[in-house]
Design a binder for this molecule. Structure first.
Ligand code: ATP
Ligand code: MG
Length: 437
């Protein structure tokens, strides 16, 4: 089952006469990222691919990311959204230079990146920093906050004298709103809450004065009550430091709130991208429709749970095999209500359907008019149901008459299937205290 075959060019411009199947929706101009209006292009992934070889005795390969193109612009946020095992952290780790790419190119400030030597890696890290999901694991419990901030300052600003370093530590604590700074500087990580630790981790990443912040699910392990605060902090820092931010998340509703552009990934392939508002309010790919319709409705959690129970068993079965070993065709095929033989046999290229929007689906014309989905309200992340032109949802339920399969994300997604086979992307270049300084 070895798979080293990658789809070729995933960013095709379509002509109206094309035989590919979505000619009516194709757009003749160039694709322009919705984030590009914010500022200059800082970091770009071009056809980035990562193949993992499974351990002995297996001879199989997992292509975790295939031909991913992502562009990060200063003062903008791009959200990378997908379920567990879809390749989000792999893309973030590749962009952070923590794991080697199999093929493709990473371009920083217009220059192709090669971080093979430690010196080049350090220079790259001064521009590109990462914030990890787990604020408990990312700080070394034997060191105080002061040490966590002092170390990257000494590395990236070696010319600073002792007093200037101390001043910089206070300034960083101030930037991440850990105030008064005196109360935090000599604390150990175990004396801080999860949100406070994540703020220290963010401050540590800012110590390098980066241009790019790669935030890998930065709030998913925090209490719901403080998630929005930490997201708002990152949003604020983006403005103040002109940061280009990649925001990795499972939560498509938060992508709408937070990101200029939303990129949806399934099984290592980017299946849709566009302005966050459009992607979340008018999802085109059947997988994005599934993500949006499965976003829980915080105003009616009881109803969501009842619907989830009623609709259980009426949906397409989850994938039993890892989609990541499939080399041909669309990897969403086993779960897609529109799938046919063509989907199994031919990889759908990512096609530009409007200036800022790309979709990879052979049946986009079929999926779009039939879709019914919920509208995700801005900021509050609450949801309100709307129905588009069509009469039934791609994932509709006979039992409830509802057009949604379930509001329970954990019920919908293939977390079982993936978690059994998946392993976290292990950083190959941690520094001694687990930082990425
Ligand atoms: P999650 O939301 O659970 O964090 P993810 O979208 O971040 O998932 P990745 O961690 O990028 O997913 O993993 C993508 C795929 O690559 C998974 O199937 C995973 O098992 C596989 N993978 C990741 N790291 C390795 C590794 N070091 N060796 C082999 N396979 C790996
Ligand atoms: Mg991950």
């Amino acid at each position: 089952m070895s798979d080293l075959s990658f789809p070729t060019d995933t960013n095709q411009q379509m002509s109206p006469n094309t035989q590919l199947g979505y000619s009516a929706l194709s757009y003749q101009g160039d694709f322009v990222s919705a984030a590009s209006s914010r500022g200059r292009l800082v970091l770009e992934a071009k056809n980035l691919t990562k193949v993992y070889k499974l351990g002995f005795p297996s001879k199989d390969y997992i292509s975790a990311v295939r031909n991913a193109n992502i562009a990060l612009y200063e003062k903008s946020v791009v959200a990378l959204v997908g379920e567990s095992g879809s390749g989000k952290s792999t893309i973030a780790s590749l962009l952070a230079g923590q794991i080697p790419k199999t093929s493709g190119e990473i371009v920083l400030n217009g220059n192709s990146v090669n971080v093979k030597s430690n010196r080049k890696f350090r220079a790259y890290k001064s521009e590109v920093q990462m914030v990890f999901q787990d604020p408990f694991a990312s700080l070394n419990s034997i060191h105080k906050v002061r040490h966590h901030l002092k170390r990257p300052i000494s590395i990236h600003q070696p010319h600073l004298k002792k007093s200037a370093v101390e001043k910089e530590i206070y300034s960083l604590l101030h930037q991440v709103r850990l105030l008064p700074a005196d109360q935090f500087i000599d604390k150990f990580p175990y004396e801080l809450s999860g949100g406070q630790r994540q703020r220290v981790a963010i401050a540590r990443s800012l110590a390098a004065r980066p241009k790019v912040l790669l935030a890998d699910e930065p709030v998913s392990m925090l209490d719901v009550s403080i998630r929005l605060e930490v997201l708002s902090l990152i949003d604020d820092l983006r403005d103040r430091f002109n940061l280009a931010v990649l925001y990795v998340t499972h939560d498509i509703a938060s992508a709408r709130y937070f990101a200029d552009e939303t990129v949806v990934i399934y099984g290592g392939d980017i299946v849709e991208r566009g302005p966050s508002e459009d992607v979340t309010q008018n999802p085109a790919h059947p997988y994005t429709q599934l993500l949006v319709s499965a976003a829980p409705n915080p105003d009616d959690l009881g109803g969501s749970i009842r619907n989830a129970k009623l609709t259980a068993g009426t949906t397409k079965p989850r994938q039993t095999e890892s989609a990541l070993t499939s080399g041909i065709g669309c990897r969403f095929t086993p779960r897609c209500p529109f799938a046919d033989r063509k989907c199994e046999e031919q990889f759908p290229p990512l096609v530009t359907i409007s200036e800022n929007r790309q979709v990879a689906c052979w049946h986009i014309e079929q999926s779009l008019p039939n879709v019914s989905f919920k509208k995700i309200s801005p900021k509050s992340q609450s949801t309100a149901e709307i129905t588009l032109q069509g009469a039934h949802s791609a994932f509709g339920s006979e039992h409830t008459g509802s057009n949604h399969i379930s509001h329970n994300v954990s019920d919908q997604f293939d977390t079982d299937g993936h978690s059994k086979t998946s392993q976290p992307a292990v950083p190959e270049r941690d520094s001694e205290d687990g930082t990425v300084a």
